[in-house]
Design a protein around this ligand. Sequence first.
Ligand SMILES: [Zn+2]
Length: 394
Amino acid sequence: MRFLSADLIFPIHTAPIPNGILVLGPEGKIIDILSESDSSAPEKSRIERFRGALCPGFVNTHCHLELSHMKGLVPEKTGLPEFIMQIVSRRHENADQKLEAIKLADEEMWRNGIEAVGDICNTADTLEIKASSRIKYHSFVEVFSFDSSRADEVLQEGIRVASQYKERGLRATIVPHAPYSVSKQLFSGIREQQENFTGTISIHNQETASENEMFVSGSGELVEIFQKFGEDFSDFEPQFASSLDYHLRELPQDQNAILVHNAQTRPEEFVSANQSRSNLFWCACPNANLYIENRVPNVPIWLESGAKVCVGTDSLASNHQLSVFEELRLIQQYHPQLTVGQLLKIATLNGASALNLDQEKGSFQKGKLPGVLWLKNLDVETGNLSAASVQRIM
Ligand SMILES: [Zn+2]
């Protein structure tokens, strides 16, 4: 057994414990959390003492490992439509380094304290690395085409890829890319596949202003870009309040759904969407939003509206690193009113719940194997993350 103590322990499922003692069994299984004065506390010489805080491992609910070889390729702050053009035209550059880049990205996430990842994929390129990784992955096999005549062809390819993950014993579901790139017919096929590929789904949501514009007026920059790619919008009737209004009618209802970005979601939309179903999770990717759209999501407003918030890094095509901790630091920089406890909860337990991994990850509850992170030099009085760093203990 190991006994770890710090200035502050964040169990996440309960309030933080000053000078608590975390009792770990084999492989880091949580046996107990004690207070200093507890009669069962071990003698001081057996306690490993850390300055700062301890918390469970992080959960990254949105990544695209497959794009890791694109690190530094795409110019920053050009807006989503231009970013999509760049990804589509340049995703084959550096392709010979693809597998090596995926492997390095997986190792980077582990080092940065990430225990579990919800990862978007279009191919089986990441399969072998996921199968041998220490990180738990849920693969979201993403399909897209707004052209309804291609719905079946696109879905069949998604089934082929998702089956490869499933056959290796990895979790995989078939998910829609984004409202602007998935037709009603393709949504219908995705719903039918929920029986074969059961589990959490994910969709990019309201990342940019022209996305809502498409569903309200049928025009805008995104429509123009997809027309350039040959998408056919001729039978599309824009009769929606927003892109969220469109896809909430089409998403499978029974499984958790992670809505990613939400940069243009209005406060009242969070409230009404959460009233319509209780299994929505709202994923913030602040560094990617800063990289692509030059803005940071207003997470305090999401939380005030009662949203279950989680955190994603997005890919190395739109981020300088894959670190949930760096995402928290950026949120705190823009929204210092949030407490460290609030930030750590969205980075751990909320993400684990979103991915259906909360039996095992996300908090220091007895019996879990959540990983243990040291928030080195965290000033526990102010909670300021700027001088702190993260180091994996287990
Ligand atoms: Zn993404």
